[in-house]
Design a protein around this ligand. Structure first.
Ligand code: NDP
Length: 310
């Protein structure tokens, strides 16, 4: 395989695949390195009702399969593999995937963002054994059992509403006494009989690591300092996301919250490197805005390459 490309795109969510579609149609024969979480966050959702053009909605994985097929129809090449290192200090840029090095005249970063953990240690250790960051992936395992959801944003409420159809009871645990989620989502959750709320409370421990399963949560009220136990079989952590910028952190300008800084469209602090989707967007974070920014990145890359004689 040709290891030098005009354009390499890292990431295969809506931003990466839309960038691939536009770059392919511009005859740039892009290479997409799709990463271990191929398809991005939409692979973890069920029905997507806010992607324009589908009046009855479309399943997240189906949408990604369509986007993938559309990009490859025009000549985008997609390979599996996780990027292990990048060198943005000179052009062509080097992108390592395990022991193979690809080079590119322009690079589009669309690595997205990943769910945050509580950082108790035990939450990661019990991941897949009662602790989850994705209700649509793992909710089925808790059919007829009690669960908890941690967080107060739209994701937490969406997860709680989804789980309420499977679990006997859903307890939402939030560290403040007001929710960050949209009013419509709040109204829906509060009108759901088997969802209850515990306010001003943090999860300080998850039991039982020795048994290798979740049996209860240790909660601490951050106003009174009181601790209590809540018996649940599962806990879903929905406390936001972290941008996947680890590979680029020392080579590109980032915002204080870790997201890549872009200017004049999708340009980063290194000429020839562009960023699209959730890795650079902590405001809108929607599939359709990610796709739009992927389109912008491909057009910006095309113009950059034309300007440098490629
Ligand atoms: P948000 O950042 O909006 O919310 C994160 C929540 O987790 C907050 O309530 C926050 O508390 C809480 N939290 C953060 N860190 C911790 C911690 N260490 N311990 C306990 N709690 C913590 O993230 P979301 O994923 O909910 O949403 C992201 C974006 O996506 C938003 O713009 C949202 O509107 C959008 N979205 C829209 C949906 C829809 O429209 N259907 C569905 C899902 C998401 P605090 O409030 O105190 O900061």
């Amino acid at each position: 395989m040709n290891t030098h490309r005009h354009v390499i795109i890292v990431g295969s969510g809506p931003a990466g695949l839309t960038a691939a579609l536009y770059a392919a149609r511009a005859n740039l024969a892009p290479l997409v390195i799709e990463g271990l979480e191929a398809g991005g966050q939409l692979m973890l959702t069920t029905m997507v009702d806010n992607w324009p053009g589908f009046r009855d909605g479309i399943l997240g994985p189906d949408l990604m399969a369509e986007l993938r097929a559309q990009a490859t129809r025009f000549g985008a090449e997609i390979i599996q593999g996780d990027v292990t290192a990048v060198d943005l200090s000179k052009r062509p840029f080097a992108v390592s995937v395990s022991d193979k090095v690809y080079t590119a005249d322009a690079l589009i970063i669309a690595t997205g963002a990943s769910a945050k953990w509580l950082d108790l240690g035990v939450d990661r250790k019990l991941s897949g054994r009662g602790v989850s960051t994705c209700a649509t992936c793992d909710g089925f395992f808790f059919k007829g059992r009690p669960v908890a959801v941690v967080g107060g944003g739209d994701t937490a409420l969406e997860e709680a509403i989804y789980l309420s159809k499977l679990a006997t009871a859903v307890t939402l645990i939030h560290r403040r006494d007001t929710l960050r989620a949209s009013k419509v989502m709040q109204d829906k959750a509060m009108a759901t009989p088997n969802i209850s709320f515990i306010w001003n409370t943090e999860v300080v421990d998850i039991k039982d690591l020795d048994k290798g399963e979740v049996t209860s949560l240790v909660l601490k009220n951050n106003q009174s300092g009181d601790t209590s136990d809540l018996a649940v079989d599962g806990v879903f952590i929905a406390i936001g996301h972290t941008p996947n910028t680890g590979l680029f952190a020392s080579q590109l300008d980032l915002h204080g919250n870790g997201y890549i800084k872009t200017h004049s469209g999708s340009r980063t602090s290194v000429p020839g490197v562009f960023a699209a989707g959730d890795v650079q967007d902590y405001v809108y974070r929607q599939a359709v805005t990610a796709a739009g920014s992927g389109c912008m990145a491909a057009i910006d890359a095309e113009r950059f390459l034309a300007g440098t004689g490629h």
